[in-house]
Design a protein around this ligand. Structure first.
Ligand code: GLN
Length: 464
């Protein structure tokens, strides 16, 4: 990526970014542009460079922030009405680390409200359009982040991935995206979706850029007790078997688009010609991953979203009059019913249902058991292979509006991405060609926990 130095100024990098943001307005990528603050910081960095003072590893690099990251005095609205006008009082650890290295946030980008979705159509600000075809979806939930990187508005963007939200939009837009090992990067200051699945990660235009971002942001954080002890670049799991697996059940799936299947086969033969052993894996429990995910995830969503009550954050209803209810009840009820998007409400309803005493054993407990089997299946697979290559999603980017009124069709998009989150393992999505109509095709390479750095090395070796 382009970094400010004695021949390239930070101001010129930020100006180029702002110009590009303006040229790509039609895509509905940015929901907030932080022009003055970005230029001010760029000037400070240029002055330091001129005086020979040290600047960070990301000096002057413009980046976009998924709007579910808290960053002081920027709107952390998660593209949800209920968080409009909420200005963040703190910096998330990830943003703080990036800014300490001189990266410059040029603005916040669109997502499905609260990161619920696979297309960025569930946003209060309307959908972001695909970078290659404006009639198609950007993918989701981090659609804004992926398109901002694909259209060169920024050098990189932050993302969160609970069930595919980094990898799927990366693959729909032909960029690189990392979903790190669960706990690799602090989630302090990131709007929680489903806490046992959420991770912070990035979008960039190369695997080496992702490596730099991981080096800067990964590590233990006392403010997030779920972070792992530092491992990135120090104690990573090595990929030494020189073997890569593919999942038979995914390849045989009738839902898999033929062009994605061909892209996968082409990449497997490339790996073979590079000396990797290719191993067929049967992973039958992955069939249950989607069902388990759409129980565990809404259960955690219902709990995390209970804090939005109209008192503590952002939007508050003005509709406080009804004969049969107290104003306090109405405050909670109407704030939530006016402030949440339809998809948010659907998840809160499902979550409360699967956690209710009569249904807990039949749904939540069973899903938790299925999750354990999925974790074990990955562990067994990694005894045989270093990494597993799979599609990110069964289809390339679909049309805007095509699935938005059919939640189950939308959920089926996530069938190949959610197993990774349930198992807590890392995965890197990378571009692997395009359809005959020029739509990007993406694949993901999945490794054992803490193999993040070595996965990125592998991707560097096998991607264009
Ligand atoms: N598409 C998935 C969902 O709707 C994943 C979202 C995400 O990773 N934030 O839940």
């Amino acid at each position: 990526m382009k970094i400010a130095n004695s021949s390239t100024t930070a101001v010129s990098l930020v100006e180029a970014s702002l110009k590009r943001i303006d040229e790509t307005k039609d895509y509905n990528i940015f929901t907030f542009i932080d022009k003055d603050r970005a230029l001010k910081k760029a000037k400070e960095i240029d002055a330091k460079i001129k005086n020979g003072e040290p600047v960070g590893k990301l000096a002057g690099v413009p980046f976009a922030l998924k709007a579910n990251f808290l960053s002081k005095n920027r709107p952390a609205n998660a593209s949800a009405k209920i968080l409009t006008d909420f200005l963040s009082p703190v910096d998330s650890t990830a943003v703080e680390k990036l800014e300490n290295e001189g990266a410059i946030c040029v603005g916040c980008v669109n997502l499905d409200a609260f990161a619920h979705g696979s297309s960025t159509e569930n946003s209060f600000f309307g959908p972001t359009k695909n970078s290659k075809d404006k009639t198609r979806v950007a993918g989701g939930s981090s659609g804004g982040s992926a398109v901002a990187v694909a259209l060169n508005c920024v050098e990189f963007a932050t993302g969160t991935d609970t069930g595919g939200s980094i990898r799927q939009p990366a693959s729909f837009n032909g960029v690189f995206g990392i979903k790190p090992t669960y706990g690799a990067i602090s989630r302090y200051g990131v709007v929680a979706m489903a806490s046992s699945l959420d991770v912070v990660g990035f979008f960039a235009r190369s695997a080496s850029d992702l490596d730099l971002l991981m080096t800067i942001t990964a590590g233990r954080d006392e403010k997030d007790q779920t972070t792992l002890p530092d491992f990135y670049g120090e104690k990573d799991v090595e990929l030494i078997k020189k073997s890569v697996g593919y999942v038979k059940e995914f390849v045989d799936s009738s839902a898999l688009a033929p062009e994605i299947k061909s892209a996968l086969e082409a990449k497997l033969s490339e790996l073979k010609s590079k000396g990797y052993e290719i191993v067929e894996l049967s992973m039958p429990t992955l069939e249950y991953a989607l069902a388990a995910y759409y129980i565990i995830q809404p259960a955690e969503v219902a709990s995390n979203l209970s804090r939005y009550d109209g008192i503590r954050y952002g939007f508050r209803t003005e509709n406080l009059k009804a004969e049969d209810k107290t104003p306090l009840d109405l405050l909670f009820e109407n704030t939530r019913s006016e402030g949440f998007m339809r998809e948010n409400k659907r998840r809160i309803m499902i979550g409360n249902f699967v956690l209710s005493s009569g249904f807990y054993d039949a749904y939540f407990l069973k899903a938790a058991k299925a999750r354990t089997l999925i974790i074990e299946e990955f562990e067994k697979a990694f005894e045989k292979v270093d990494a597993i290559l799979t599609p990110v999603s069964p289809n390339p980017a679909f049309k805007l509006g095509e699935k938005v009124s059919d939640p189950v069709a939308m959920y089926l998009e996530d069938v190949m991405s959610v197993p990774v989150n349930l198992a807590g393992v890392p995965a890197v999505a990378f571009p692997a060609g395009e359809t005959k109509d020029g739509l990007p095709l993406g694949l993901q390479i999945i490794g054992p926990r803490r193999s993040d750095k070595n996965l990125l090395k592998l991707v560097e070796e096998i991607s264009e």
